[in-house]
Design a protein around this ligand. Structure first.
Ligand SMILES: C[S@@+](CC[C@H](N)C(=O)[O-])C[C@H]1O[C@@H](n2cnc3c(N)ncnc32)[C@H](O)[C@@H]1O
Length: 314
């Protein structure tokens, strides 16, 4: 199947990673190979790119392309980037360090418009927002078994949805009558719950609820938190890490992690002397982060919520 995914801030990512011939790089979120293909060009035949994805379809398509185009310097792994150190150990020597690492978080347009899945609202497909199809169907388990309080917390925290309480209460009422099975079931429930005058203008009223359930299903924030320290450890001195996030919660995790790791001391401000012995590991190259250009926003509306942050290992 031809991909419809347009890579976000491709030029900004590649330019800022400053990749050279012979470099070793990791793309933690292969997707439709947008970044991976550019990285392969930059590292040339002497370099290597290790690319990971949780999605079996993305992996299968990338394997086809690798074969067709004889991309011998590409290693593809079906895995979660939270296991990055383990994956590196599988393919390289223990001492191997990398010149660049990138992750482009969330889901691709290919996943969003996949009719067999229910990442999108109108879908009659089973409610299943797991990136990997091998895993248990956690979205249905979450929605049909979690307590009202747990659902409210997920929808409020991960979706920043002001109607989290009434949505979660209606989910619990509805599932007593019948199991909530499809994307459409959930979208109808949210549509009935949120008063029309509060519907957002440009996006579906169920967007925030879907996003919250997707984040919970895939443990997206936990994945990112576990990945960041491993990524810094895997970089060579002067090596660069780029993270593209689409959600303020993800961006906050990256921003705070970078800030902490860029400091020599992380003792509380009232401490008279430093006792933490923490030493800066990185330099932040993008204090405010980079957002998509006006031209890109016009061509690819998906880029509107993207923020790119880059750090360099000291
Ligand atoms: C926004 S897309 C990446 C698109 C890619 N940069 C491109 O240009 O084609 C995000 C991809 O990351 C994958 N993904 C999300 N979380 C992941 C994780 N924890 N580990 C590995 N892959 C993950 C998704 O399955 C999806 O294919």
């Amino acid at each position: 199947m031809a991909s419809i995914h347009i890579p976000v801030m491709l030029k900004e990512v590649i330019d800022n990673l400053q990749v050279k011939k012979g470099d070793y790089c990791i793309d933690g979120t292969l997707g439709a190979m947008g970044y991976t293909k550019e990285l392969l060009k930059e590292v040339g035949k002497e370099g290597k790119v290790l690319s990971l994805d949780l999605d079996e379809k993305a992996i299968a398509e990338a394997n086809e392309i690798k074969k067709e185009e004889s991309l011998d310097n590409l290693i593809i792994e079906h895995s979660n980037f939270r296991n990055i150190k383990e994956i590196v150990k599988k393919h390289f020597s223990l001492q191997q360090k990398f010149n660049c690492i990138v992750v482009d978080l969330g889901l691709s347009s290919d996943q969003l418009y996949d009719r067999e899945r229910s990442f999108s609202f109108q879908s009659d497909a089973p409610l299943d927002m797991a990136f990997s199809r091998e895993e248990l169907n956690d979205t249905q388990r979450i929605i049909n078994t979690y307590s009202q309080k747990e659902l409210e917390k997920i929808i409020k925290e991960y979706g920043e949805e002001r109607f989290a309480k009434s949505i979660s209460s209606n989910i619990v009422k509805e599932r007593k009558k019948k199991t909530i099975k499809t994307g459409k079931d959930l979208q109808n429930l949210v549509t009935k719950t949120v008063p029309k005058r509060f519907w957002p203008k440009n996006v579906n009223v169920a967007t925030k609820t879907f996003q919250a359930l997707r984040i919970a299903t895939n443990e997206e924030l936990q994945n990112l938190e576990e990945f960041l320290p491993q990524a810094i450890e895997l970089l060579k001195p002067q090596g660069r890490l780029a993270v593209v996030s689409f959600h303020s919660l993800e961006d906050r995790i990256v921003k705070h992690y970078f800030k902490r790791e860029a400091k020599d001391c992380i003792c509380p401000p009232q401490a008279p002397i430093c006792v933490c012995k923490h030493r800066a590991k990185i330099k932040i190259l993008t204090p405010k982060g980079i957002t998509a250009s006006k031209e890109e926003l016009e061509k690819n509306p998906r880029s509107r919520s993207a923020r790119l942050r880059i750090a360099q290992k000291i």
